[in-house]
Write a protein that binds this ligand. Structure first.
Ligand code: ADP
Ligand code: MG
Length: 681
């Protein structure tokens, strides 16, 4: 039965080769594709009293034809038909172009419903659509399909209507009845009909609700099946680490782990020991102590006789981690740094150390996973700021025959909604607690005209022995203009502060040595004011810095602002973040306001998601966020959670395999194309 729906759309009566081609270009190949090619939006024609119509709007009115319509011709074969309609107690002229045939249809006394552009002054409507008879509810909500090339909206409407009539018996329910009952969802056929031809808003709403749930449930089932399959495919990957050594190392740290850190660490260590390959996301706000957890995990892997790798997005970060891990591990491990700037003989040596297992821990950027890097026995890979690493990088590792345990860390708190979908095939640990004693960063938003006061404020903090970052917007690292901005600002601030304080400059175009030099000076307080582009965004740790000034803050997203703000507030002293911005739009103003009010990264990321939409959140390709036909991850977030829980139950109880009622659902899950796509690696 179901197979009928997989037949090509050309099997539908009235669809010829040309229309088929057009539909194909819209991604519609099978009859099922067409039935599920839902309108992108709806035009709503509501009949309003004449007094409420707005000049030049598209409106729908209903009236009685009075007198004989008058037809006139002009140009070559062009015609104009004027029909007088009695609407309420007024005579309205309905003008139709090139529809001379309507003259015979519209007889005096007929009631007609016309839609078109309203001219308030002439009491005239230029008709785009008309229909004999009263305005029935059907006509009110009209589907508008996403179109391309030569297919018209009307053609799709007709094709869908024919397809429904011809194939409705083949369209089977795939959701077990209990879910329809529990959530009061309409059946599949009914919902398809209502998506395309809704009688009213109510049925459309329920049809939509049904497909939102269906899409989310299918997606969640796929993700969870995939995760199960992945785990089963990676059996035999157990890292037997030495527990007492790890415990001792943990106790040697200058602080006790927070309970959230302890929980996350336990998750990770359990994964290392288990025969399954770890695929875990460690989420935690800036400064929540992820790096500490990472370090202990790396150490555990070393005691299991394996190598560990830490991949980070920028060279600065790599260097900083290299410094701190070298100190931390001292003689317990040989830590090496491998970035693009490590060249020549030095590089050869490091590569040989990695291949020969003289190196226990390798820290680096993308360079880490290049062809030439050969590990002796890579046990654990930690990827910091995961969203900057694409699907591609992960694949390279795998293609090299490496099946290490993988931990992704991100300081950009990922909204729960996105974590559930984009990372549905991962395990997630969350550090949702800050080490004690941290003071919240006070955040202010000022306009450009208060710049002088901002500088005075920086001066005051410097006098108290503190340091400041001043961030210049930089959208593209390669953009010369942006670098110039930073250089100009640098000179300006030099003039203002020197010789009372030293000003430094940092941007992506500097050489590694120069960057290192500047960072070192800043870390050692030889520089008090660091002018920088966003290269300092992630990870940089100078606890003595208490001021973060961000110029043109409206050019950054909330999550990025939060990242930048996280550079301060790392020590015991009260820190400040000052956003200098003059946003024009409401969204920009809203953003600045939210920043001053919210310190919680998770909340901010939810707000960011709402303001920007999921596509923008991670940047396009890397996101791995699937496209849904109907569902919207932000707005339908509750349905997403419901579907996720249901999917978990279905998988755990093996209902797909065992329960006949789930047979069609199972077939749909295994057939769907999202699974086969690029989104899951
Ligand atoms: P993240 O990587 O999440 O941004 P880090 O691991 O870099 O955070 O930690 C930020 C700072 O807090 C570091 O200086 C680190 O030494 C310190 N730190 C980490 N965990 C704790 C803890 N449990 N108690 C106190 N300080 C901590
Ligand atoms: Mg970190």
């Amino acid at each position: 039965m179901k197979d009928l729906l997989n037949e090509p759309v050309s099997n539908i009566k009235g669809i010829g080769a040309k229309l088929e081609q057009g539909l194909n270009s819209l991604g519609v190949y099978s009859i099922e594709d067409l039935l599920l090619y839902f309108p992108a939006r709806y035009d709503v024609y509501e009949i309003k009293p004449l007094s409420e119509l707005i000049h030049q709007d598209k409106v729908t009115i209903e009236g009685e034809v009075i007198g004989e319509p008058s037809l006139s011709f002009y140009g070559k074969r062009k015609s104009r038909l004027t029909v007088s309609l009695q609407v309420e107690h007024v005579v309205v002229k309905a003008v139709m172009f090139n529809r001379s045939f309507a003259k015979k249809q519209l007889r005096p006394g007929d009631v007609v419903t016309v839609t078109g552009k309203w001219d308030q002054h002439r009491l005239q409507i230029t008709v785009s659509n008309y229909k004999k008879g009263k305005a029935d509810s059907q006509a009110r909500i009209q589907p508008v399909y996403a179109l391309k090339s030569d297919v018209s909206n009307l053609q799709i409407k007709k094709a869908v209507a024919t397809a429904i009539a011809q194939y409705q018996d083949s369209l089977q329910e795939i959701l077990p009845a209990q879910y329809l009952t529990a959530y009061k969802l309409p059946g599949r056929l009914e919902a398809v009909k209502h998506m395309h031809m809704p009688d009213n808003h109510q049925v459309l709403k329920h049809a939509r609700r049904r497909f939102v749930y269906e899409e989310f449930l299918l997606f969640q089932l796929k993700m969870q099946l995939l995760r199960k399959r992945k785990r089963e495919a990676t059996l035999g990957n157990s890292q037997v680490f030495q527990e007492e050594k790890v415990e001792r190392f943990k106790n040697s740290l200058p602080f006790a782990l927070t309970s959230a850190q302890t929980r996350s660490l336990t998750d990770i260590l359990t994964d290392l020991q288990s025969p399954y390959r770890m695929n875990r996301l460690l989420q935690g706000d800036v400064g929540s102590g992820k790096t500490a957890v990472a370090a202990i995990s790396l150490y555990a892997s070393i005691t299991a006789g394996k190598q560990g790798a830490l991949m980070v997005p920028t060279e600065i970060l790599a260097e900083q981690h290299y410094q701190s891990l070298t100190d931390l591990f001292a003689d317990k491990a040989n830590v090496v740094l491998l970035t693009g700037s490590v060249k020549g003989k030095k590089r050869k040596e490091i590569l040989s150390d990695i291949a020969g297992h003289q190196a226990n821990i390798v820290i680096g950027t993308h360079a880490l996973i290049q062809e030439e890097v050969i590990f002796h026995d890579l046990g654990l890979v930690i990827v910091d700021e995961q969203h900057r690493f694409g699907v591609e990088q992960r694949r390279v590792l795998r293609d090299k025959g490496l099946q290490p345990d993988v931990l992704f860390m991100t300081a950009t708190p990922i909204p729960r909604t996105l974590a559930i979908t984009a990372f549905g095939d991962m395990d997630v640990s969350v550090i949702d607690e800050m080490p004690s004693g941290r003071k919240q960063v006070e955040t202010y938003w000022v306009k450009d005209n208060l710049l002088e006061r901002v500088l005075q404020f920086i001066q005051k903090e410097i006098s108290n022995g503190h340091q400041a970052y001043v961030i210049c917007p930089l959208i593209e690292e390669s953009d010369k203009l942006d670098i110039q901005n930073a250089v100009d600002l640098y000179h300006q601030l030099q003039e203002y502060f020197e010789p009372r304080a030293a000003v430094g400059l940092m941007h992506g175009r500097l050489h590694m040595d120069e960057k290192e030099e500047v960072m070192k000076k800043f870390a050692e307080n030889h520089i008090q004011v660091l002018v920088s582009t966003t290269v300092v965004e992630v990870g940089v740790n100078v606890p003595n810095a208490t001021v973060m000034v961000i110029y043109d803050a409206e050019r950054f997203g909330l999550s990025q602002l939060h990242q930048l703000r996280g550079r301060v507030g790392r020590g015991q002293d009260q820190s400040y973040c000052i956003l200098v911005a003059d946003p024009k739009g409401e969204v920009g103003k809203e953003r600045m306001k939210i920043m001053t009010e919210t310190a919680n990264g998770f909340e901010l990321s939810e707000e960011d998601l709402k303001l920007r939409g999921p596509g923008d959140f991670f940047g396009k390709k890397q996101s791995g966020i699937p496209e849904f036909r109907v569902a919207d991850m932000v707005h339908d977030y509750r349905a997403l959670e419901t579907a996720r829980n249901d999917a978990q139950e279905i998988i755990a109880s093996q209902l797909l395999e065992k329960d006949k009622e789930y047979e069609l659902l199972k077939i749909s899950v295994l057939n769907d194309s999202i699974l086969k796509g690029e989104t899951l690696d």
